[in-house]
Design a protein around this ligand. Structure first.
Ligand SMILES: [Zn+2]
Length: 401
């Protein structure tokens, strides 16, 4: 983009953010924040566009009514390298459908790019991300959420690498053939399975990042001990702010991740960010279960339970400030080099924090960091520098093995 045009463009974005700030936004965004968001590669570790598109087709290359991501909003927010989540539910574990769905979702991302090659391109390397940023294209790197599609077969792993998968979240909501899950009380492997352990080595050798979001604490420590390169948490927040929620990382784990050279990419979903949102969810589940227990799951009360419960108990959305508290705390524990962004946009429903409602709001995040005294160089590390450093280390290691 030529300089004079770019200046006008930033002024335009700024005025539209200001218009928002009069109603939806609580934070006032400066020209500097918009400029940083637009001059920097922004990598988001986890966005659930493929699953959303597959469930109910929408054209995200144009503006869309619902959801948290589409091309115009990504451009406005300065988001240009969101990892597309190839998410396969645990209900498909150990079935051929698991592998098939992963392929279908990759096809969906390829279709988005094919429909708008002037807007999007798949990124299979850090060099792709950097070159495509220079060309003004939004890169769509691929991350697989749940290793179940591998089905114990290293040829399948190699095939998914060929198709562009550059990280794998070892497990999702249930213990699978690779790893135990933080959400699953069954700890069949007490961490990683024997295959899971060999998979770590293979992923290192082939050049796929290891994502420890969702796994049990034991699996995390085993993965960090086995890997030869840094790992990522593609969309996790801190347990310190959500006590007993094992899906988030505790302080000792963050320190171990720091020593490993890895990066925790903070999940924006209110349930990941604040205790109040977790308690709300627990209350919701309890109230619903009480109806099921008393009147069975055909009870008419269940029909509009969600609406009624929400009307009586407004959802406690977390705030931009609370998200920034997570970033601050990682920095306090292990320094600025180990934190990034893993919003979970399009994956956490209507639970996103005030001021971070969709992909157009990254300038708010930047402004929040500026307000807390972060330098431009440090902000750039959080927006992409840290993740790109890890990804490059993984590329370099794989090239030599
Ligand atoms: Zn997830």
């Amino acid at each position: 983009m030529k300089a004079p045009f770019k200046k006008r463009y930033i002024a335009m974005i700024l005025s539209s953010m200001m218009a928002l700030s009069n109603n939806a936004n609580a934070i006032e965004v400066s020209e500097k924040a918009v400029q940083i968001a637009h001059d920097t590669i922004i990598v988001d570790g986890h966005i659930d566009v493929p699953y959303r598109v597959n469930r109910g087709w929408v054209d995200v290359t144009e503006a869309t009514e619902g959801g948290d991501f589409d091309y115009p909003r990504a451009v406005k927010g300065g988001l240009n390298a969101p990892f597309m989540s190839i998410y396969v539910p645990a209900s498909l574990d150990n079935s051929p459908e698991s592998t098939q769905l992963a392929h279908v979702l990759i096809d969906q991302v390829e279709a988005i790019v094919a429909r708008a090659p002037d807007k999007f391109a798949i990124a299979k390397s850090t060099a792709d991300v950097e070159e495509q940023f220079e060309k003004g294209l939004i890169s769509l790197p691929l991350g697989m959420e749940n290793g179940s599609p591998i089905q114990g077969n290293l040829d399948t792993l190699a095939l998914f690498y060929e198709r562009g998968i550059r990280y794998i979240t070892l497990a999702h909501s249930q213990s699978n053939h690779i790893s135990d899950s933080s959400y699953d009380l069954r700890r069949q492997w007490k961490g990683l399975s024997p295959f899971g352990k060999s998979l770590i080595t293979e992923m290192n050798n082939i050049g796929i990042m290891i994502d420890i979001s969702h796994v049990s604490d034991d699996a995390f420590y085993q993965a960090v001990a086995l890997t030869k390169v840094p790992v990522i948490a593609s969309h996790s927040s801190l347990r310190r702010f959500t006590p007993d929620f094992e899906r988030n990382m505790d302080d000792d784990m963050v320190k171990a991740l720091g020593e490993n050279g890895g990066v925790i990419m903070i999940n924006f979903g209110s349930g990941f960010v604040s205790k109040a949102a977790r308690q709300w969810r627990a209350g919701y589940t309890q109230a619903r279960n009480a109806i099921v227990e008393a009147e069975g799951d055909e009870s008419p009360k269940l029909e509009n339970f969600d609406e009624t419960y929400r009307a009586e108990n407004p959802y406690p959305y977390s705030t931009l400030d609370e998200v920034l508290d997570h970033i601050d705390h990682v920095v306090k524990l292990v320094g600025i080099d180990h934190v990034g962004i893993g919003s979970d946009y399009d994956g956490v429903g209507d639970s996103l924090p005030i001021d971070l409602k969709d992909v157009s709001t990254f300038p708010n995040l930047v402004q929040g960091m500026l307000n807390r005294g972060y330098s431009e160089a440090d902000i750039k590390k959080v927006l992409s520098g840290n993740l790109l450093r890890v990804w490059k280390a993984v590329e370099v290691y794989a090239a030599a093995h």
